[in-house]
Design a protein around this ligand. Structure first.
Ligand code: AMP
Length: 211
């Protein structure tokens, strides 16, 4: 049995948003705060050795703007969590997991429920699809992200978000979902997230442990 399966249900928050909405930017900052652990699914996929079978699968799907199959994705997630628990970088009993890029569809949300409890969903909302596409083109150049490089793939990724990922919002109870205007400056987006975060019971309990 893996560490992920052995430990109890882990507390988590989810940052949900279209590609380009700023999930990664916010997740990185939140992950710097003591007692938060940021897990960015796309980053973990990108760090894979592309000579491995999973690395190959990632290249195959991501270059088309498609999702890696759920089973492989959850395996990757569990393996990463296991290794971070073993190396004490992530302490599931006292850290809040900041999920970014996972779950990406309702089936993943259902599977993850065996492992994590999502206490809050921050929906980074950016209804302006042209703005999302502009941000993706920019990061394709800056971060050398092949999946954001072609116009075709950008549009497919945005559509996939609308069709498969956004419905996750209906899966979680309304009262644990907050909408954050992702067109604001990154600092204001963070400010809005932190303001809400501080009111969460799970945060108040865990915050006491750091002082
Ligand atoms: P991201 O950096 O989150 O935009 O992810 C980049 C690519 O990684 C996606 O287009 C997918 O091909 C793959 N990916 C990331 N997260 C997931 C996930 N939860 N499920 C399936 N595929 C994923």
């Amino acid at each position: 049995m893996s560490d992920v399966e052995k430990t109890e249900i882990k507390p988590a928050i989810l940052i949900l948003g279209a590609p380009g909405a700023g999930k990664g930017t916010q997740g990185i900052v939140l992950g710097q705060i003591p007692r938060f652990y940021h897990f960015a699914c796309g980053d973990v996929f990108r760090q894979l050795d592309t000579r491995t079978e999973l690395g190959q699968k990632f290249v195959e799907f991501s270059r088309k703007g498609e999702l890696v199959p759920n089973e492989l994705t959850i395996q990757l997630w569990a393996a990463h969590m296991d290794s971070r628990i073993s190396s004490h970088q992530y302490k599931p009993d006292i850290d809040i997991l900041v999920l970014d890029g996972i779950p990406r569809n309702v089936e993943q949300a259902q599977i993850l429920e065996n492992h994590v409890k999502i206490h809050h969903v921050f929906h980074l909302s950016c209804p302006d699809r042209d703005e999302l596409a502009r941000r993706m083109r920019k990061r394709a150049l800056k971060d050398n992200r092949m999946d954001d490089a072609s116009e075709d793939v950008i549009q497919r990724r945005i559509k996939l978000y609308e069709d498969e990922t956004k419905p996750i919002l209906d899966y979680y109870p309304n009262e644990i979902c907050s909408e954050v205007d992702a067109t604001q400056s990154p600092a204001k987006v963070l400010y809005d997230i932190l303001a809400r975060l501080q009111t969460l019971e799970v945060y108040q309990k865990i915050a006491k442990l750091t002082v």
